[in-house]
Design a protein around this ligand. Sequence first.
Ligand code: AMP
Ligand code: MG
Length: 336
Amino acid sequence: MLTRIMQTNEESLELARDIIQAGGLVAFPTETVYGLGANALDEQACRKIFEVKGRPSDNPLIVHVHRDYDISSLVTDIPEYAVRLREAYLPGPLTMVFRSLGTVCPAVSCGLDTVAIRVPSHPKAQEFLKYVKLPIAAPSANISKHVSPTSAEHVLADFNGLIPLILDGGECTGGIESTVLDCTGEIPVVLRSGLVTREMIAEIAGDCKTHTPVAGEKVRSPGMKYSHYSPRCRTALYAEKDLDAAVSRYDAEEAKGAAVSFICLDSEARKVGQRKCLNIGMTAEEGARNLYRMLREGERELDMIIGIAPAGRDGVMAGLMNRFEKACGGVYEEKD
Ligand code: AMP
Ligand code: MG
């Protein structure tokens, strides 16, 4: 199959609509990462997403809708706080999980009685959704477990020959996946942190909790149990307090002949001397925007990437460090 990358314009949007209506897949830009979309009402089309990505069949898909779409045809029991959150933050990088009406096809919810709904703010995503006039099920447009794509080129690198069309909308400005918020209870619960932070949600909803999975308990957001976002090279992860051990590890790897680099925020990059470093930026927002692009650049040339994580987990740092830790193997090392 020939995979075309096209600027998002009338010609490509018409093509995208035809592909979606015929049960095919189209990759499209959003403000977080690129999505791999299918008609959320078409079971065969949604199954293709799982096949092409190699996605585990118990990991549900987020349904993307146009800002004017009436979601009461898809979900029920929308709490009052969710209406206020919608007014405050949508369109934007906030996905809300509601009780399903069973309208979307079974492959979307993977056996859960809920559906995750997202209204992306990227103007090209809005144009696409307006054109197709359908709810679009879309996970991130990467091979399962690989780093999420923040450009059309990243999508092509993973899916060349496997999907017919990538709508190009430039580089994503958000850079990490949307916040996933469970809105089925009295108090909203963050299942996956992102750029709409727990603090921002609590400000509008009055309260907001963060879900921490407990061993043996039913998983509430299946996607969070999988290892994710991994570059195709070796990784290691150190806390900022163990910087000396991280530096010793780097030096030992380099002495063995490995092409190695740190990855960290600017505050840590300043402390590693002349060693190679992928500096993701000064702030959590900058870090989120740069992390996946730098991981994809790094994996092409490096044998090993060593992450150094700062201690703070407030606001956007919660989402950034969740992705950062997973990308670097998820387990902190303490000594060399
Ligand atoms: P991705 O789009 O690849 O970033 O993955 C979608 C994320 O949304 C995964 O972490 C899923 O577990 C989560 N998700 C999708 N639908 C639901 C749902 N109905 N309930 C809870 N989490 C969901
Ligand atoms: Mg994903």
